[in-house]
Every structure is written in C-alpha cells, then in structure tokens.
Write a protein that binds this ligand. Structure first.
Ligand SMILES: Cc1cc2nc3c(=O)[nH]c(=O)nc-3n(C[C@H](O)[C@H](O)[C@H](O)COP(=O)(O)O)c2cc1C
Length: 169
C-alpha cells in the first residue's frame, strides 16, 4: 500500500477546503501538511505526493512551485483553485504549465482544478486601480469574479473527491 502526503498552500481557505475533501478519500497510510509545515520535511518516506496550490499570475503559487522542484521520482498529483473557469483558455494554460512542472522529475498521475472565490481584498484593489493594465476590473472580469464567489461549493468538493478516487487506485 502506498504512503501518501498531501501538501496544500492556501491564503484564503479555498485550496484548503478542496485538500481536506481529497484527504478523506486517500486510501492507506496518509498525512496532510500545510505548505508552512512542509518546509522542513524531506518526503523520503512517501511514495506519493499530492500538492495543492492557489493560482498566482497564471501558475501555481511560488511556494508550491518550489516544493515541486524539490521532489524527485515520486508519484505526484495536483489540485488547484483559481478565479477563472478551469475550462477556459487561462485555466487550460495553468493546467498545462503545472503538469509540465510536475512531470519534470516525477511521475504525474493527474491534476484537478476548481473555481475559487477571489478575496474581497484583491477585488477592492482592482477597484482602486481602474487603469491598472494587468488586472483592470472590466465587466467581464467582474462577472467572472461574481461567478467564482460561491466556490468551491459542495459540488466542487464532490468532483474533487471523485476525481481522486478514480486516479488513486
Ligand atoms: C495575488 C493574487 C493573484 C492571483 N492570480 C490569479 C490568476 O492569475 N488567475 C486566476 O484565475 N486567479 C488568480 N487569483 C485568484 C486565486 O487563485 C483564487 O481566488 C484562489 O481560489 C485562492 O485560493 P486560496 O483561498 O486557497 O488562497 C489570484 C489571487 C491573488 C490574491
């Protein structure tokens, strides 16, 4: 039976919610760590690593990127939350980039993305800088943020669980 570690990085709780749901259905010997707790760990004793990230500038957040770069010859899977639809150009690009990073030195078995509420603080910042060229609060972006505001919801948690049940056995 495989020994699995799940490590998640979450600023406002979305990614943690998905991580807690996935953790419930992992078979066998398992541990869960926040990215802060994982800093000191070598992961030698684990065959399988599941990493969870929030999306920052179109990629996994920097702490998770660093963690993935430390791993070698593991079975690896990822999950992430983002403000954009997973099934959008942006979401697909994130999926591809994280897949490539995970596959560099490890055996990638799958990845799952979910919508995640964008923090009120970030939305307020976008409002204050309407001329900001990187993240202007256009009507389209506003609609996307509203759509994301109730996620991850129960359906997302169930989708995450079912996806991981299908890849972990
Ligand atoms: C600084 C910052 C940058 C972000 N960049 C992106 C991005 O490039 N694409 C995206 O879809 N969402 C982006 N988001 C939204 C978050 O990825 C999303 O809200 C996520 O669910 C937050 O997860 P958490 O609650 O686990 O921290 C960004 C959020 C912040 C705060």
């Amino acid at each position: 039976m495989k020994k699995t570690a799940l490590i998640y990085s979450s600023l406002t709780g979305n990614t943690k919610k998905i991580g807690d749901a996935i953790f419930e259905i992992i078979p066998g010997d398992k541990s869960i760590y926040s990215i802060e707790e994982a800093k000191e760990l070598s992961f030698e004793e684990y065959d399988r690593i599941i990493v969870g990230f929030w999306v920052d500038k179109g990629h996994a957040d920097s702490r998770v990127k660093k963690l993935i770069n430390r791993l070698k010859n593991k079975e690896i899977a990822f999950f992430g939350t983002l403000g954009a639809e997973p099934d959008s150009d942006h979401g697909r690009k994130v999926y591809t980039k994280v897949s490539e990073l995970c596959s560099k030195n490890n055996n990638l078995i799958g990845g799952f993305l979910s919508l995640g509420k964008v923090s009120d603080k970030l939305v307020e910042m976008m409002k204050k800088f309407p001329l900001n060229l990187i993240h202007p609060l256009t009507p389209e972006r506003k609609a996307r943020i509203e759509k994301a505001s109730t996620h991850p919801d129960e359906n997302d948690l169930n989708d995450a669980k079912n996806y991981f049940i299908s890849i972990l056995n």
